[in-house]
Design a protein around this ligand. Sequence first.
Ligand code: THU
Length: 159
Amino acid sequence: MKDLTITTVIKVYQLHELDQADQELLLAAKEATKRSYAPYSHFSVGAAALLGNGVVVTGTNQENAAYPSGLCAERTTLFYANSQHPDQPVVTLAIAARTERDFIEVPIPPCGACRQVILETEKRYKQPIRILLYGKEAIYEVNSICDLLPLSFDASAME
Ligand code: THU
């Protein structure tokens, strides 16, 4: 028997330590939370995707009375980006979330299903997606979803 050790390094920033482009992308994600449809959880999530051509696409969580029919902000954003700009890779994805009171203190990472969709987007465009997670206390950065989804399943497993 031997151990397989997987290590993830998450960079933790204060907002002012990020360059202007990253700060603007995070601001776009925060602004997007205002367009969330979250009458059930009252938890509003916004995402902003910077595409290879410089276009920024935003999206939000969209809930439904039949709960599983709703969709997270990350997938709404990526599916919209890939639908509108199918030839453009996603370079950076910024995510912000708030309760009815305020933005969360500590960043929330994407749910499992969203991680899988982010992975598919990386594979599709053959380039990693930088992910910025906003929290009032700190901003987390990873350079690829592989850092949040180790031992992942993708099409290569079926070859
Ligand atoms: N949600 C997201 O939009 N992204 C996540 O990564 C986690 C959860 C949404 C789904 C649902 O509308 C609400 O947050 C509460 O789970």
